[in-house]
Design a protein around this ligand. Structure first.
Ligand code: GTP
Ligand code: MN
Ligand code: MN
Length: 397
């Protein structure tokens, strides 16, 4: 039945977290169809059932991406856990048999879905705002721009920037652009805190050659982290250079240094120390940050100016996530911020089901023994979970 004689359906079904999915997998048509239905239900959902539907399609798509052979016969789809025996299996079967699914094509061209897709491509907009805009009669990105004043969005809101920089932010960020920005940010952080460790996470670490943003993870010892507030310092430095268009900094209030000293396992307070900052950087098109036009962004009233400036500008806006983690959290933060999202969902579910562990990007907590499991590397995390190690590029669920 299977072209791959080593393929063992029982083993494939036994543990989803053991599967590997490379970007260049063998069932792109089926996965694309199932991912479209996932996107449809996650954007256009009305009820909790619809949301569950989206998750079911996400699992089904992931399963197909993990198959180590190209499906040529619908019988090869039978019995695959996560593909189920209903909707997803039916669609996958249609694609294998005829390369076409009526339902997928109808949804793909669904007017409401198309508008929701456009709206959700505005930075800061999710399904609930999309729904509101749709109900107001908006349909296109042009409508949003034209009727922005009626949308009840304050000028300093991230959505204002999302609209103003719609084209920039929907232009894929290329690997080389991400790498240049990453190096620049790393050098800057090292000047502030020489012991800092950084990594470029997200899709690029999984092997993608372009993406919607750059995800930079920082790691530093607990104490230094508290003294420096490194992410804020990095943001301020970037701001000084006139590179920040918009940023939102959040920092959970955790125990102060003194208290941390008395806490033997800092990972226990892990969650409190996660720093997340989202930055839109002006990305210099020529690759040289110091040749940038300087601008004062401390007041956001220049919005209209941004909107107009879409020709012959020396820079464009890109999305950057800067994430801080302490040394003890680092391997967990790496897994969490490497993604992809569905892979992490699956890992977290497995940790809960198999061991009653709670896995997050700040640590792994054993709920029975009431303790945090320490890890030096990502491999340690896989060991804790009794899973084979998976390379980042095998995590493209
Ligand atoms: P592109 O950016 O589109 O190329 O894909 P990506 O996989 O890099 O997506 P994204 O940058 O959105 O997320 C990267 C990883 O970080 C994913 O695994 C997300 O689940 C995770 N992530 C994103 N936002 C958050 C967040 O607010 N908190 C945590 N803990 N994880 C997040
Ligand atoms: Mn990313
Ligand atoms: Mn991101």
């Amino acid at each position: 039945l299977y072209p791959d004689p080593d393929f063992d359906l029982n083993k494939f079904n036994e543990c989803v977290a053991e599967r590997r999915a490379v970007l260049d997998h063998q069932n792109k048509d089926i996965a694309e169809a199932l991912d479209l239905l996932r996107e449809y239900w996650s954007l256009c959902h009305q009820t909790v059932t619809d949301e569950r539907r989206a998750l079911a399609f996400a699992r089904a798509a992931a399963a197909v991406k993990c198959l180590p052979f190209k499906v040529t016969n619908p019988r090869q789809l039978k019995g695959i856990k996560d593909l189920g025996d209903g909707h997803a299996l039916r669609v996958a079967t249609q694609i294998v048999e005829s390369g076409h699914s009526q339902e997928v094509e109808e949804k793909r061209n669904d007017k409401k879905f198309l508008s929701f897709q456009i709206f959700c491509k505005v930075f800061g907009v999710g399904p609930s705002i999309a729904k509101k805009w749709y109900a107001m009669g908006l349909r296109t990105a042009e409508d949003v721009k034209k009727r922005f004043d009626q949308l009840d969005v304050s000028k300093d809101n991230m959505i204002s920037y999302g609209v103003a920089f719609y084209d920039d932010l929907n232009r894929p960020l290329q690997l080389v652009e991400a790498e240049n920005t990453y190096k620049h940010i790393t050098a800057l952080a090292q000047r502030i805190l020489p012991s800092v460790v950084t990594s470029m996470n997200g899709g690029f670490r999984r092997g993608k050659s372009s993406g919607h943003d750059l995800d930079v993870l920082f790691s530093y010892p607990e104490r230094e982290h508290n003294e420096h507030g490194l992410i804020a310092a990095v943001r301020d430095e970037l701001d000084k250079k006139g590179l920040v268009v918009w940023s939102r900094y959040s920092r959970a209030d955790g125990p102060r240094g003194v208290e941390i000293d008395s806490s033997p396992l800092p990972a226990g307070s892990a969650k409190d120390h996660l720093l997340v900052i989202m930055i839109i950087l002006k990305y210099p098109l020529d690759g040289h940050f110091d040749q940038l036009e300087r601008r004062d962004f401390s007041t956001e009233k220049n919005l209209g100016l941004f909107q107009l400036a879409d020709s012959a500008r020396p820079w464009r806006a890109i999305r950057v996530d800067l994430v801080g983690s302490t040394t003890t959290q680092y391997p967990y933060a790496q897994i969490g911020w490497t993604g992809n999202k569905q892979y992490n969902r699956c890992l977290r579910q497995y940790a809960k089901d198999a061991f009653n562990y709670s896995l997050s990007s700040t640590g792994l907590y054993d709920k029975r023994q009431h303790r945090w499991l320490p890890a030096q590397t990502e491999r340690d995390v896989f060991d804790h979970l009794k899973l084979s190690y998976r390379e980042p590029w095998e995590r493209n669920f």
